[in-house]
Ligand binder design. Structure first.
Ligand SMILES: Cc1cc2nc3c(=O)[nH]c(=O)nc-3n(C[C@H](O)[C@H](O)[C@H](O)COP(=O)(O)OP(=O)(O)OC[C@H]3O[C@@H](n4cnc5c(N)ncnc54)[C@H](O)[C@@H]3O)c2cc1C
Length: 370
């Protein structure tokens, strides 16, 4: 492939956004995604408003998807004790089914090429990458890793986090149930937490993250929900009236919040491939989009001769750390705290008693508008 040609591995928010950014700057983009579009994903589907100015600069308009505008947070303890706070920046509720599909269509409209294939290997040799799929080998000067939280490519690349056991489980479905348009609920239960908010279809997304230790005593999602998740009376009230709109809830396991490298095997890693923030922060999607921006800018500097490959890698790693490292660390601390039932109840009771603490925590896990 000639210069200014980029291969992107993975077509989630990070990969699709980077594709759109690089196409705007006259790059040729080839993106591989193993799944077909559109598709539901395990995600709380609350996206922080901090990315809206950047998306507008790429001529992307989320309004066309009719998202719900969310400005309030209801946070509750296992006991049901609730604290309400305004979200400093707010966000929107839009399904990944609609959002990823919108970005996918924009990539195609703007001249990007998307191939539905699983990438099985990527090697860097003699200043270029060779990307292997089941059918072919493709070469490019730059490759972005955008393959999400856990992929066959993490095993191929022997990334450190992949060999460590990880005991988080994610569950999500859409439901018909009464719920305010402008609220995101975040409800603690023993060993996990559950997000509740509306998406553009007027359905309610109920998505939770639970620790495998508490889950394994139960034989099914239904039994776990009844015996653990619904111990929080707020969740019990929601689940009692909720009518599921999926055949069964979607689940993912082995979710890892371990540190990862933002540059690996000469590839700039974006989105969850570089590091996953605890979903309770409601900021993973915004970070995926933000990291796509930072990586695309670094790639353009390289293509236009303003830096060498090594400088591009260094610049991106530095920017990544500056923008995301503290947020991820705060999220990790909060996530670990929620696993310790007694301590969590003491700390969260303090948070619910001192009203300014919750907005402060929200600020610590979010960025400024891009
Ligand atoms: C339970 C849960 C709830 C969450 N809730 C929220 C929330 O409310 N708000 C928020 O902002 N964030 C939330 N997040 C985080 C958010 O979902 C992620 O941060 C976001 O999806 C990251 O996007 P991404 O593009 O990096 O990864 P993904 O969207 O996962 O995209 C990666 C893509 O790569 C593809 N892929 C992988 N391997 C290959 C391969 N070998 N070849 C080809 N394609 C490949 C995959 O199919 C996938 O489509 C939540 C996360 C979890 C686990």
């Amino acid at each position: 492939m000639e210069s200014k040609e980029v291969i992107i591995l993975g077509g989630g928010l990070a990969g699709l956004t980077a594709a759109i950014h690089l196409l705007k700057l006259d790059c040729k983009v080839l993106l591989f995604e193993k799944n077909e579009f559109p598709k539901h994903k395990v995600c709380g589907e609350y996206i922080s408003n901090e990315v809206l100015p950047y998306l507008q600069s790429l001529a992307l308009n989320l309004e066309t998807l009719h998202p719900k505008k969310i400005s309030k947070l209801n946070f509750s303890l296992v006991s049901g004790k609730t604290i309400k706070a305004n979200l400093p920046l707010g966000g929107v509720g839009v399904s990944r089914f609609a959002l990823d599909y919108y970005l996918y269509q924009e990539v195609l409209k703007r001249g990007g090429k998307i191939v539905q294939e699983t990438v099985s290997n990527v090697v860097f040799l003699e200043d270029k990458f060779r990307v292997t799929t089941n059918n072919s080998v493709f070469c490019a000067k730059v490759v972005l890793g955008a393959f999400g939280k856990r992929s066959n490519l993490d095993v191929v690349l022997k990334r450190n986090f992949i060999s460590k056991p990880s005991n988080w489980l994610g569950v999500k479905a859409h439901y018909k149930v009464n719920f305010a348009d402008d609220v995101v609920g975040l409800h603690h239960f023993n060993g996990g937490y559950c997000g509740v908010s509306k998406v553009e279809t007027d359905l309610v997304n109920i998505c939770y993250l639970g620790n495998y230790e508490t889950f394994k005593k139960y034989k099914s999602i239904t039994a776990y929900q009844e015996n653990v998740v619904c111990k929080n009376p707020n969740l019990k009230a929601i689940f009692t009236d909720a009518i599921i709109q999926f055949e069964t809830p979607l689940t993912i396991s082995q979710i890892s919040f371990e540190p990862k490298k933002s540059v690996e095997n000469k590839m700039l890693m974006i989105g969850d491939t570089a590091g996953l923030i605890h979903p309770l922060c409601g900021n993973g999607m915004a970070m995926a989009i933000h990291s796509a921006k930072l990586a695309s800018e670094s790639v353009i500097n390289f293509f236009e001769g303003r830096c060498s490959r090594t400088e591009m890698e260094r610049q991106y790693s530095k920017l990544w750390r500056k923008n995301f490292a503290n947020r991820i660390q705060t999220g990790r601390l909060l996530g670990n705290l929620l696993q310790k039932e007694k301590l969590a109840n003491v700390v969260l009771t303090i948070v619910t008693t001192i009203p300014f603490l919750l907005p402060l925590l929200i600020k610590k896990t979010h960025g400024r508008p891009l």
